[in-house]
Design a protein around this ligand. Sequence first.
Ligand SMILES: Cc1cc2nc3c(=O)[nH]c(=O)nc-3n(C[C@H](O)[C@H](O)[C@H](O)COP(=O)(O)OP(=O)(O)OC[C@H]3O[C@@H](n4cnc5c(N)ncnc54)[C@H](O)[C@@H]3O)c2cc1C
Ligand code: FES
Length: 351
Amino acid sequence: MTETFTVTVEPLEREVECRADQPILDACLRAGVWLPHACTHGTCGTCKVEVLDGDVEHNDASDFALMEFERNEGKTLTCVATPTSDVIIEADVEVEEGVVHHPVQDFAGRLVSIEDVARQTRRLVIDLDREMAFNPGQYVTIEVPGTDATRTYSMANPPSEPGRIELQIRRTPGGLATDGWIFKDLGAGETLRLSGPYGRFFLREARTAPAILIGGGTGLAPLKSIVRHVLEGGLAHRLYLYQGARMQADLYDVDFFRGLEADHPEQFTYRPCLSDEEWDGPHGLVTDVVDADFPTCRKHMAYLCGPPPMVEAALKTLMRKRLFPRDIYREDFFDASDKATGGVRSPLLKA
Ligand SMILES: Cc1cc2nc3c(=O)[nH]c(=O)nc-3n(C[C@H](O)[C@H](O)[C@H](O)COP(=O)(O)OP(=O)(O)OC[C@H]3O[C@@H](n4cnc5c(N)ncnc54)[C@H](O)[C@@H]3O)c2cc1C
Ligand code: FES
C-alpha cells in the first residue's frame, strides 16, 4: 500500500492526509481545503507555497514556474509536488465573500456525442456517472488513455446541468491528447475518466459591475458557461461577450449567442470578431475591437480566456483603459510547449 503523510496547511490550520504519490493540491481539493491554483500542470506558478517543515518532491514543476532559487528557498508547486514526509505548508489563501468551493471528485463519463463545430474544433458532450457541482467557468481534467498524462478542458455548460458536460476542444498539431486521440480515434459511446471541478476562473456572482468577456478560440467555452448561467438563471449582470477568431470557419455557436442577444437586448451584447477576413461583423484583433468599443473600462470587470498571448494582449488593453488587475480574471490555456519553454510570462500573472 502507498505510504500516506499528513499535510498541515497554514494559516488555515487544516490537516489533510496525502498519499506519497499524490500531488498535495489534489489531496487538499478532494478534502475540501481550497488552495489557489490555475493550470494544475506545473506551468503557471499560481499554486506556489512555502514548505515550512518536512520534505517534498517537486516532480514535473516547470523550471520557469519554480526557479532554482525558489526551490532552494523552500518553495514548491502544490499541483505537482508530492510529500516524502509529514509537511507543513504556508499558502496564500484569499477568502472571497460569497464564493463556495466544491471538492474535487473522480467521475466516469460516457461520450454521448463528438462533432466538428468549426475548423480544427470539436464539441464533446459527456454524461457523467453522477452530478458534479461546480462554478461557471471551471474545468475538468481528463486522463489520456494509454498514458500517464491528463489534459484540462473547461466546461461550457452551466452548473444547472450538473450531470452532462459540454467541452469545446481545439486541435493542437502534434498534441498528445488532441492530435493523438480526440481528433484521431475517439468515438461516441466510449468511457472517459475525469476529475473536477478545478480552477479559480469562474463568475464572481457577488460582483455585479458590467463584465467584459473575451475569449480566443476555444477560450469561449468557460465564457459560454458564465453567459448561460447568468441569463438562464435570471441574474442581473450586464455582459459583453467578445469572441476572437481568425476567419468565419473558426467561429462557432454564433447563432446561439445571437439568439441570446435577441432575447436579452438590454443585458447581453455579443461581438464575434475576425482578424484575418473581411465580413459584415467586427474586423480586427479582438483586443482592438474592445479598444474601439470602450472609451474607458473603469467600473467594469473582465473575464479573459484562451491562448496565453491573447490573454496577455487583452490584459494590457484593459489596463490601458483603466481597469485594475484586481477586476480582471484570466484563464490561460497553457499546453506542454508553454511548460517546456515558459510561454508568455506576464509580470501580472501571479507566480
Ligand atoms: C486551465 C486550462 C483549461 C483549458 N481548457 C481548454 C478548453 O476548454 N479547450 C481547449 O481546446 N483547450 C483547453 N486547454 C488546453 C488543453 O488543456 C491542452 O493543453 C491542449 O488541448 C493541448 O493538449 P495536447 O495534449 O493535444 O497537446 P500537448 O501534448 O500538450 O502539446 C502541445 C504542443 O506542445 C508541443 N510540445 C509537447 N511537448 C513539448 C516539449 N517538451 N517542448 C516543446 N514543445 C512541446 C506539441 O508538439 C504540441 O505542439 C486548457 C488549458 C488549461 C491550462
Ligand atoms: S496551478 Fe500549479 S503551476 Fe499552475
